[in-house]
Design a protein around this ligand. Structure first.
Ligand code: CS2
Length: 485
């Protein structure tokens, strides 16, 4: 995405006035905005989601600008920084809309700018510390607890004042607030995990305990709330074509764009505490029962996504749209959602699962958005436990069929084999382990399957011992396509 000298002006505070009519611009004076939120992991999803809610809030209340704290450099930060931290969100849906988001006021890198990040975390005006670091950024083991043996966590325990992980940052940030006699900030996980706040809470407590600081542990236990959230908006990775399209259609060049569907949903456990931003005023749903929403979204949307991804890729499809046009596959996925997943969900007033599923299927068919299956196929070892295995285990317990849940699992194993034999590394923290299994695959389920099922980070021991599960997996590994019927 290199700048083209003959192109439209680069997006910046100065060039905003040159945007074509119809482009939505920040409706507030950015020079008056102060930082009230630190966000770890300011990648595409955060920029298309939470940052848009903050952008809507800023005209009413300028205290909620965002400091993006980057743990893993991805180039976006540099590209946006030369645009005064402005960037364009393309809402690609039945109606196309371009919006310049201005809520990012500052970007800091964890490596090299740690002091500045700590200064923000210690700033009493900062009330929320939100995060989108993906499932793997929490370093949880197969039981959903912090893995103290992970080298990144070990490094943070050895050097707590120069953290590299979210858990290390939050714990040390809280320790400094405590030392300064301040009230804590509220850590808010915005990642796709069931009970994400609860998981983050558990991880921080375990980390603080491993630091051997009993007072800190007690203070965090007493004083810090970790609300859970459900976040939703389909956000395919940006492409060079998107940059060109935005330039053509908005009259401004943006080298850090985000594309997403128009749909945006954020459900937050009503525990943000005193002095928190009025997120409800910009459409965030505050609820006591966030788990019901999280389960529904993770199991229905993300469960269907992962099934479409692995089965779709193995059937030669490239995008969610193509996978949905594959009648056999999309029919099986719809039945999995309606017949197999719904009985596993928490009922809650206001959630009509059948209508929700119909809307999801429409969203997957969105012709204005190309969502690559390979993007969804990343990090399978981290995603499948939340997306598929939870539903599968509930179905097993209830004596209901599990066949359709094995489609994604069988196809995932075949996908690993295919990539490994083609010498293509998986985008997955367990790449080394999984690719080694994939390279050795013989195609014989009895020989291959036990190796996959021995990956304890994914498959719990009691599940693997279950004869119904074993039999269903043998069939799905041998021929996942047969499970589509
Ligand atoms: C997708 C999600 O890439 C993936 O794994 O399933 O990013 C999905 O698009 C979002 O969760 C939608 O909110």
């Amino acid at each position: 995405m290199s700048p083209n000298p003959a192109s439209a002006p680069r997006l910046s505070t100065q060039t905003l006035s040159q945007a074509k009519p119809g482009v939505v611009l920040p409706k507030y004076d950015r020079s008056k905005v102060t930082v009230g939120i630190v966000h770890f992991g300011p990648g595409a999803f955060h920029r298309g989601h939470q940052a848009c809610y903050y952008d809507s809030l800023l005209p009413k209340d300028p205290r909620w600008g965002v400091c993006g704290a980057e743990l893993m450099p991805n180039g976006l930060m540099e590209n946006a920084a030369v645009q005064d931290n402005l960037y364009m969100v393309a809402e690609l849906d039945a109606q196309i809309r371009y919006r310049v988001v201005g809520s990012h006021i500052e970007y800091l890198k964890a490596h090299g700018q740690a002091d500045k990040i700590f200064a923000r975390l210690n700033d009493p005006r900062v009330k929320l510390v939100t995060s989108t670091v993906t499932e793997k950024g929490y370093y949880l083991d197969g039981k959903g607890e912090l893995d103290l043996d992970n080298p990144a966590i070990k490094a943070d325990l050895e050097h707590p004042t120069t953290p590299g992980t979210l858990i290390g940052w939050i714990t040390e940030g809280l320790a400094r607030r405590k030392a300064a006699g301040m009230v804590p900030f509220v850590p808010v996980s915005c990642d796709n995990m069931v009970m994400n706040g609860h998981k983050l809470h558990g991880a921080v407590l375990k980390f603080a305990a491993a630091r051997g600081d009993k007072d800190l542990l007690a203070w965090i236990t007493d004083k810090v709330t970790f609300p859970s959230t459900m976040v939703d908006s389909i956000t395919p990775a940006a492409t060079p074509e998107l940059v060109e399209r935005i330039e053509r259609e908005t009259g401004l060049r943006c080298e850090a764009p985000v594309q997403r569907e128009a749909f945006l949903q954020w459900v937050v456990e009503d525990a943000l505490g005193e002095g928190a931003p009025d997120l409800a005023s910009v459409g965030v749903q505050l609820t006591k029962d966030v788990a019901a929403y999280e389960f529904a979204k993770l199991r229905l949307l993300n469960g269907a996504h992962s099934t479409l991804a692995y089965a779709g890729l193995m059937r030669g499809r490239d995008s969610v749209g193509e996978a949905m046009a594959d009648a056999k596959l999309s029919h099986a996925v719809e039945l999995m959602m309606r017949e197999d997943i719904v009985p596993t969900l928490h009922k809650t007033p206001g959630l009509n699962f059948n209508a929700y599923i119909s809307d999801l299927l429409d969203r997957f068919r969105n012709p204005a958005l190309t969502h690559k299956l390979i993007q969804i196929a990343s990090d399978g070892s981290q995603k499948l436990p939340y997306r598929i295995l939870g539903s599968l285990q509930d179905a097993l317990k209830g004596g209901r069929p599990i066949r359709r849940f094995t489609i994604s699992l069988g196809a995932w194993m075949r996908f690993i084999e295919r990539q490994a034999k083609a010498g293509i590394a998986l985008q997955d923290p367990l790449n080394d382990k999984l690719s080694a299994i994939g390279r050795e695959c013989t195609g014989d389920a009895a020989a291959d399957l036990p190796k996959f099922l021995a990956v304890r980070e994914v498959f719990p021991a009691d599940l693997v011992e279950n004869p119904t599960f074993k039999a269903a997996m043998l069939a799905a590994y041998a021929n996942f396509e047969a499970q589509l019927d």
